[in-house]
Design a protein around this ligand. Structure first.
Ligand SMILES: NC(=O)c1ccc[n+]([C@@H]2O[C@H](COP(=O)([O-])OP(=O)(O)OC[C@H]3O[C@@H](n4cnc5c(N)ncnc54)[C@H](O)[C@@H]3O)[C@@H](O)[C@H]2O)c1
Length: 425
C-alpha cells in the first residue's frame, strides 16, 4: 500500500484508464489530468458547475483546481469515482501547476497518438506531445517532483533489427517497386535476399520515421535532459502493440488491432495488408498497466546501472528464438540510452509480451470469434515497418515484470470485449 498521490496524464485514455485501475488497486491515490481530446473522446461534455463525482477531492488533498477547472471536472464515464479528475490540457502551464499540487510521482500518458492522417497533423503532434511534455517537466522541476514514468513507444526504433550475411543491420525504408512486386521483407543490399528479423533491445539505434514517432522520441530527449538537470528519475516505457478492452474503434489514428476488431463487430472480415506475415509483439493493456506500476516503483529507489560487461541479452522463450543483437559499443551520442549519473536517471524499457506473432495471426484469432476468415489483400502503406518485435528482458530482469495475459486468452477476450465508443465529432 503506497498512499502516494499519483498524477496520470491522459488517464481517461485507453492505456491511462487501465493504469488508473491498477494504481488504485496498488494503493495509490490518483489524480487524472486529461483534455478529453475531441478526436479521441468525441465532443467534450458540457461543463456542469459543481456537479459530478469529479468534484470529490482525493482524501487529505486539496483539489488544487481553480473554480473554472473545478466546474468542468466532471468525471468521464469509466473512470473510478475515487479519481480526482482535472479536465485540462498538459500544454497549459496554469492547469499543470494546479494538477501537480501535492503530487509525489507522475505517469505521463497524455499524447496525440497514431500515425496521423497527413503532414498537416505535425504541429498538433509536436504541440501536444513535445510542448506538453516540456510544460509538464518544467512544472515538475519547479515543484521539486523528481519521479516520472513516461509512455514512449516502439515507434522510436523505426524498422526492426535484422541479421544479414554480415551481421546485424537496420535496413532503410522499403522501396515501392519491391512492395509492388510483393517483396515485402527488407532485402540485403548485397545478396538481394530477405534479411532475418531479430528482437530489438533498448540499446538499438533509434530511427523515428514519422511525426508521431519523432514526437515520442522528442519526449524521451526532454525527459533525459530533465533528469540530468534536476536529478530526476525517469522510466521510459516503449510500448509495443497494445490491445485490449477499451481500445478506440474508429479514429484515423487507431491501431491495427482495433481496426480488425471494429470490422468484426460490423460483421466484416478483417482485411490484412501485405502477406500478413508482418511480425509484431502484441501486449495486453492490463500487462502494460502492470509495467507502469513496476516502473513507478523503480522511480522511488536508487538504481545501479548493470555492469557494462553484462552478458548479451537473450530470450529463452522458444517462439522468440531470434537472437537479440549485441549492445553496440558506444551508442551514438544523439540516442537517448540509459543515463545514470549523480544528477539523475533515464532508463528506457521495452514493454512487449516477448512472444512474436504476425498481424495475420492476430486477424485469424480475432476473426475466428466471429466465424470469419481474414482477407489478405497484398495492399501496403508506404512507410509501414515490416517487422518490429522486442526483447523485454530488461523489464523482466530489472523490474520483475512479466506479461501475464497469453495471446490466445487476450485475443479471445478482445474479440468480444467493448471498444471505446465511436467518436462523434
Ligand atoms: N496504444 C498503443 O498501442 C500505444 C503504443 C505505444 C505507445 N503508446 C503511448 O501510450 C500513451 C497512451 O496512449 P493510448 O493508446 O491510451 O491513447 P488514447 O488516445 O486512448 O489516450 C490518450 C489520452 O490523452 C489525452 N490527451 C491527449 N493529449 C492531451 C493533452 N495535450 N493534454 C491532456 N490530455 C491529453 C486524450 O484525451 C486521451 O484521453 C500515449 O503516450 C501513446 O503515445 C500507445
Amino acid at each position: 500500500m503506497t498512499g502516494e498521490l499519483l498524477l496520470v496524464t491522459g488517464g481517461a485514455g485507453f492505456i491511462g484508464s487501465a493504469i488508473v485501475d491498477a494504481a488504485l488497486a496498488r494503493g495509490y491515490r490518483v489524480r487524472v489530468l486529461d483534455s478529453l481530446r475531441a478526436d479521441v473522446h468525441g465532443t467534450a461534455p458540457e461543463p456542469e458547475a459543481g456537479s459530478g463525482p469529479g468534484a470529490k477531492p482525493v482524501p487529505g488533498v486539496s483539489p488544487g483546481t481553480g473554480p473554472t477547472l473545478r466546474a468542468r471536472n466532471v468525471l468521464p464515464a469509466g473512470l473510478d469515482s475515487r479519481v480526482d479528475f482535472v479536465h485540462g490540457d498538459v500544454t497549459d502551464p496554469a492547469t499543470v501547476a494546479r494538477a501537480l499540487e501535492g503530487i509525489d510521482v507522475v505517469c505521463h500518458q497524455a499524447a496525440k497518438v497514431g500515425l496521423g492522417v497527413d503532414f498537416a497533423d505535425a504541429p498538433d503532434y509536436v504541440h501536444s506531445n513535445e510542448v506538453g511534455t516540456a510544460v509538464l517537466l518544467a512544472a515538475m522541476a519547479e515543484r521539486g517532483i523528481r519521479r516520472l514514468v513516461l509512455a514512449s513507444s516502439m515507434v522510436v526504433y523505426g524498422e526492426g533489427s535484422y541479421r544479414g550475411p554480415n551481421g546485424f543491420t537496420r535496413p532503410g525504408p522499403r522501396l515501392a517497386s519491391d512492395l509492388d512486386a510483393g517483396r515485402f521483407d527488407p532485402l540485403d543490399p548485397v545478396t538481394g535476399r530477405p534479411l532475418e528479423p531479430v528482437l530489438v533491445s533498448e540499446t538499438d539505434p533509434l530511427d523515428p520515421r514519422n511525426v508521431y514517432a519523432s514526437s515520442k522520441l522528442g519526449q524521451e530527449y526532454l525527459a533525459t535532459a530533465w533528469a540530468r538537470s534536476t536529478g530526476g528519475r525517469v522510466a521510459a516505457l516503449r510500448y509495443h502493440n497494445v490491445y485490449g478492452p477499451g481500445m478506440p474503434q474508429n479514429t484515423p489514428y487507431a491501431g491495427v488491432a482495433s481496426l480488425f476488431r471494429s470490422a468484426i463487430e460490423r460483421g466484416e472480415a478483417p482485411r490484412v495488408y501485405e502477406d500478413g506475415r508482418q511480425r509484431r509483439d502484441f501486449v495486453h493493456v492490463r500487462d502494460v498497466a502492470a509495467a507502469n506500476i513496476a516502473a513507478l516503483e523503480f522511480t522511488a529507489f536508487d538504481w545501479v546501472s548493470p555492469s557494462a560487461t553484462a552478458p548479451v541479452e537473450t530470450d529463452a522463450t522458444p517462439a522468440t528464438a531470434a537472437a537479440v543483437p549485441p549492445e553496440p559499443v558506444g551508442a551514438a551520442p544523439s540516442m537517448p540510452q540509459s543515463v545514470h549519473s549523480d544528477s539523475g536517471i533515464f532508463r528506457p524499457f521495452n514493454v512487449g509480451s516477448g512472444i512474436v506473432h504476425s498481424i495475420g495471426d492476430m486477424a485469424t484469432a480475432l476473426a475466428a470469434a466471429g466465424g470469419l476468415a481474414p482477407i489478405v489483400t497484398g495492399q501496403y502503406r508506404l512507410g509501414d515497418v515490416r517487422h518490429i518485435t522486442a526483447s523485454s528482458e530488461r523489464l523482466r530482469r530489472e523490474l520483475g515484470w512479466c506479461a501475464q495475459v497469453t495471446f490466445d486468452d487476450g485475443m479471445r477476450e478482445f474479440a468480444t470485449s467493448p471498444l471505446r465508443a465511436a467518436v462523434r465529432p
